[in-house]
Design a protein around this ligand. Structure first.
Ligand SMILES: C[S@@+](CC[C@H](N)C(=O)[O-])C[C@H]1O[C@@H](n2cnc3c(N)ncnc32)[C@H](O)[C@@H]1O
Length: 400
């Protein structure tokens, strides 16, 4: 039976969909793609690049790859978009003049169908270069949902997939992407590192953080009137993105790239001090002169509260903040588990938190959802607590 949409239901859907309308800026795309090119200048050569979940008429992804089509040596560029009628955020959609003036224009399909843009090694307008002006487009048969058979077929034909997918469908998108078994680079939220769809891949070296935008702001354009915080709008403005007639701009401090395309940053070893040097010289007062605490329910691992305080000469397990993944070099450290995964904690021998621990944690003002029996890494000093989102790593044998 089909549910009848309630007013609140459709308002919520529109709200969630609006939160997906974050448009990537050229500079962010350029910085990240340049990092892949610095590592391998032929990374895009002779490749079919697919940009799903895009808006081919104006997306910076489409513009970037179309304008660099020749110098990157692309074979084909394909970009697909999602139908306005399937997207509650596009309630006030109007086709552009580009589309209306095209012989392919269809007043119904413009609302109900996705679009597909292609650029081949074909100088259609005969101006001597293959670029954005040689793009061709058509309506897709369906609405352009990335999960559709039609767009999945494009994924299967492509060599590389690049986009900023809808934030609310990140997990589904990652599953779809991994199903294609292709090189990819996508934007997501850095908290997604611990998702079941991503962490096993990160652990197995099949997925990693991008080379750029880690722990720095990324600016996004949003449709006019989208609910954004004034402080973020002002910050985006200070970063060089004032509101325009078409868009407002906002910034996100926790967005990042997820990729399986190699880049130089992940081969650069983290420069670290030994444990003795950290104890003597660390800039962190909770390490300097004090050393490293062991978890009360897993004494074989030490807690390392800062990435720059990881000791270079400790061979056991270390609990480090998830921001470590921004700097992870797979030749230097092995990723063992993330500490929010209680089953993984059981497997490596973490004891459950006891009633005594949880009682003291609550007495001392702890409000997290920690209960007796939870296998989470516990510390008893300087107070009873479970450190936030730790990843357990181990130094590779022979790594400096
Ligand atoms: C975060 S925005 C990014 C747009 C563009 N790729 C960019 O980076 O500027 C995600 C886009 O995915 C589209 N979208 C939402 N749901 C989708 C779906 N199920 N399948 C395909 N695209 C979808 C939205 O219309 C939105 O424009």
């Amino acid at each position: 039976m089909t549910a009848i949409p309630t007013k609140n239901g459709s308002q919520n859907a529109a709200k969630a969909a609006k939160a997906d309308e974050f448009y990537t800026q050229w500079a962010d795309i350029e910085r990240e793609m340049n990092a892949y090119l610095e590592f391998n200048r032929d990374v895009f050569r002779d490749k079919v690049v697919l940009l799903p979940c895009d808006d081919p008429e104006w997306s910076n992804f489409t513009k970037f790859f179309a304008l660099h089509f020749t110098d990157l040596g692309l074979r084909t560029l394909i970009s697909t978009s999602y139908a306005p009628d399937s997207n509650p955020a596009k309630a006030n959609y109007h086709p552009t003049l580009f589309e209306i003036n095209s012989p392919h224009f269809d007043p119904t399909k413009t609302h109900t169908n996705g679009k597909l843009l292609t650029l081949h090694r074909e100088d259609i307008n005969g101006d001597g270069v293959v670029d954005i002006d040689d793009l061709r487009w058509r309506y897709l048969d369906g609405d352009g949902d990335f999960r559709s058979a039609e767009v999945s077929a494009q994924r299967d034909e492509a060599d590389i997939i690049i986009t900023n997918p809808p934030f609310s469908l990140f997990r589904n998108f990652m599953t779809w992407l991994v199903g294609g078994n292709k090189p990819f680079s996508i934007i997501g939220n850095s908290n997604a590192v611990t998702y079941v769809e991503t962490f096993p891949l990160i652990k197995n070296n099949q997925l990693w953080k991008g080379a750029t935008a880690n722990s720095t702001d990324m600016v996004f354009a949003v449709p006019k009137g989208a609910p954004i915080k004034e402080a973020d709008r002002l910050k985006a403005e200070r970063l060089g993105y004032p509101s325009s007639g078409d868009y407002d701009f906002t910034r996100l401090g926790n967005s990042c790239w997820f990729t399986n395309i190699d880049h130089g940053r992940r081969h650069k070893p983290l420069q670290l001090m030994t444990m003795a040097e950290n104890i003597k010289f660390s800039r962190h007062k909770d390490v300097r002169g004090l050393g490293y605490r062991r978890y009360c329910n897993f004494a074989e691992a030490i807690e390392v509260p800062y990435v720059d305080a990881i000791p270079s000469d400790f061979n056991g397990l270390m609990g480090v903040p998830i921001t470590y993944l921004d700097k992870h070099n797979p030749d230097q450290f092995e990723i063992v588990a993330h500490a929010d995964d209680m089953e993984a904690m059981r497997q490596i021998g973490v004891e459950p938190l006891g009633a005594d621990f949880v009682g003291k944690y609550k007495e001392q003002g702890g409000t997290g959802s920690n209960s007796p029996g939870h296998r989470k890494l516990g510390l008893t000093a300087p107070r009873y607590y479970v450190p936030f989102k730790r990843i357990l790593i181990r130094r590779r044998t022979g790594a400096s």
